[in-house]
Design a protein around this ligand. Sequence first.
Ligand SMILES: [Zn+2]
Length: 165
Amino acid sequence: MKFVADAMLGRLTRWLRMLGQDVEYFKQLEDSELLDIARNEHRTLLTRDMELYQRATAKGIQAYYLEGKSEPEKLAELDIRFEIPLKIDMEKSRCPICNSKIESVPKEQVKDKLKTNTFANYDSFWRCPKCGKMYWQGAHWGRIRDTLEKAEEILRKNKSAYFSM
Ligand SMILES: [Zn+2]
């Protein structure tokens, strides 16, 4: 399953990439270009734009219209529709910035690239081979987990309400 997200879904794109999904995203792109990418690369278009959604489906392009407003709502919705697991497995994660698969790097190799206390406090590190960005499960990890827990909670509470397709 591969996706292309519309310009309004930058945050969701980063979430989905962390969750291991292959999501293309461009800040500035004409709707027609977005539709071309979806068709040519067999990507499902994710959008919050009803008109664009309708244009896509009229052309036989796979598209999904997101109803959720918050990130947890959107993630819960996608879990139901596409069975996207809401657990981050760093071995499967993609770089939130550029969509490449991140790779685990031995701690000794990253020493001079990190602040001393980051290096001292964490043992597992990942790097994006394309853009070079480093990742570790730092202080922000609690917030990431909170959002995913909220999504799980929404799933449990009103799973049926999201079956609107
Ligand atoms: Zn990257």
